[in-house]
Write a protein that binds this ligand. Structure first.
Ligand code: UT7
Length: 313
């Protein structure tokens, strides 16, 4: 666990700045001396999700993992989780949609289940963004944290308890606002142009802030309108945990009171694809959300990508 004051010991920042501009107080980072990686966290999330669903690995038909920080590109993280949990019947893949990775995977799983192709999917989101942070860049490194979360989705005959809708969006024209430019196909590590400081997250925070608010509000409004629902019909909201000011602006536009949303960015920072499932897990375990509740989740991230879902638990 790394507090804002810990960061202030080696970069020009302060607890006051980080708290007031972002709402973040501390974050959890992978301890590489203990061998912790994205796989470590995602595996733990997978085990906990299976326990909660009273299922074993063999009962899972598909594993999808949203991550931009896989342990290895090949095999992908979902392949490695499959081996660890004994999901021998599953097909498995990672997907890259940055902070929207969890909801992108969730939507794909929902479609496979709706078409009758599969019965059950394990949907995960996890990152070790600490490995792609420039720890000298105070405008980015204070924002992010490491972690993972996940859910099991399964086919139901219930008219009530089900995924009501998922909506995915992207705008590739705005990709440079949040990127990791080097280290992959365009500038691989062995070419002379490769720069270690460009194999790190680069962000134009101000621009992203505005687009994030606009697009999350639009996405949430659309999914409600298309399903003939109003904000007041929704029992609980989970917004992507990037910045408390972004969440507050979205909540204000959508007229959502604080009591109807879960916040965990103060403890974990922005864990990208892990923010929504970790909030959902905490809200469920605390009893704040329960069976029958209508939940709206909405997220935003690199790509640019954004996504929303409406689910009745
Ligand atoms: O998950 C993907 C989605 N992520 C996001 O949507 C992130 C969106 N952006 C943001 O959350 C905010 O734009 C930031 C938190 C990144 C920045 O907040 P801001 O209020 O937009 O600050 P700013 O970039 O306008 O910077 C204001 C000042 C600057 O100093 P000057 O030029 O006014 O002297 C920065 O250099 O704050 C300075 N600054 C810092 N000062 C202390 C930037 N980072 C820090 C820092 N500590 N960590």
């Amino acid at each position: 666990m790394v507090t804002n004051n810990d960061l202030a010991k080696f970069i020009d920042t302060s607890d006051e700045w980080i708290r007031t501009r972002t709402g973040i107080e501390e974050r959890r980072l992978a301890d590489r001396s203990k061998g912790e990686t994205t796989l470590t966290f995602a595996h733990q999330a997978a085990v906990k999700a299976l326990e909660m669903a009273h299922l074993s690995g063999e009962q899972i038909d598909m594993i999808v993992m949203g991550t931009v920080t896989p342990d290895t590109v090949m095999p992908c993280t979902a392949n490695q989780i499959q081996a660890k949990i004994g999901a021998t019947r599953a097909f498995t893949f990672d997907l890259q949609a940055a902070c929207s990775g969890f909801l992108y995977g969730y939507s794909i799983a929902d479609q496979y289940i709706r078409t009758g192709t599969i019965e059950r999917a394990l949907v995960l989101g996890g990152e070790t963004l600490s490995t792609v942070m420039n720890w000298q860049d105070r405008s980015t490194c204070v924002l992010f944290g490491d972690g993972a979360g996940g859910v099991v989705l399964q086919r139901t005959t219930s008219e009530r308890s089900r995924v009501i809708a998922t909506k995915l969006f992207s705008d590739g024209r705005l990709g440079e606002i949040l990127s990791i430019p080097h280290g992959y196909g365009k500038v691989p590590p062995h070419v002379p142009e490769y720069r270690n400081d460009h194999h790190k997250v680069q962000m134009r925070g101000n621009e992203l802030f505005k687009v994030a608010v606009r697009n999350m509000v639009d996405a949430a409004s659309q999914v409600l309108w298309e399903n003939q629902l109003k904000t007041t019909d929704v029992d609980f909201f989970i917004f992507h945990q990037a910045n408390l000011r972004i969440i507050d602006m979205c909540a204000k536009s959508l007229d959502v009171p604080r009591e109807k949303m879960w916040l965990n960015l103060q403890k974990y920072g922005n864990t990208s694809a892990a923010t929504l499932p970790s909030c959902l897990d905490e809200a469920w375990r605390s009893g704040r959300v329960k069976k029958g509740d209508l939940i709206l989740m909405v997220t935003f991230g690199g790509g640019l990508t954004w996504a929303t879902t409406l689910v009745r638990l």
